[in-house]
Each structure stands twice: as C-alpha cells, then as structure tokens.
Design a protein around this ligand. Sequence first.
Ligand code: FES
Length: 100
Amino acid sequence: MKVLVGKDADIKEGRLKGFVADGRKYVVGRFMGKLFAMDGKCSHAGFDLIYGTVRDGAVICPAHGAAFDISDGRKVAHAGARDLRVYIVSLEGEDVHVEI
Ligand code: FES
C-alpha cells in the first residue's frame, strides 16, 4: 500500500516526521539528502522514534540509545533491540510516498 506522507520540502535533513497507516506508526526522514522510512516504534521498549535523532546514517532512539541503520533497519546499537523494517520511499512531483 502506497501512503502519501507529505511534501518533499517538509522533510528536512537530519529530521524525522511521523505518520500512521493502518494503525501502525512509521517515521520518514532524510539523511545526506536521501529520503528513508522505517518502523516508528523502537523494538527495545516501544518508544516513539519520532522523538529520535538521525546521526551517522542511523536513527537513534532517545529512550535508551538503540540505533537502527536507515538503509536496512539493522540494529547497530543496544543488545535488547531487534532490527526494524525499512520501506521504499518514492517521489511523485513534490509528494513523498512510502510503500508499506
Ligand atoms: S525504547 Fe528505544 S532504546 Fe529503549
């Protein structure tokens, strides 16, 4: 299912934007100019990643420091967390879509 999540210009470098689809939370963000999307809840204890930061190619959970690679969702920090899923992001004009 393709979900419209906003305008390209509204997704700023190094920032996260949340969206909900089908009752699940997701985040979309931009790192080094490239858009990405991943699950919106941390796999450690379920904190909302919308409050996280983007650093060195990973989304960092602010609760206990779990980190997830933006390219494949792989957990890169925190033994108690699991990998997250990432999703395909596409642009149609200025509209950003995520395939969930
Ligand atoms: S809930 Fe994210 S690191 Fe604990």
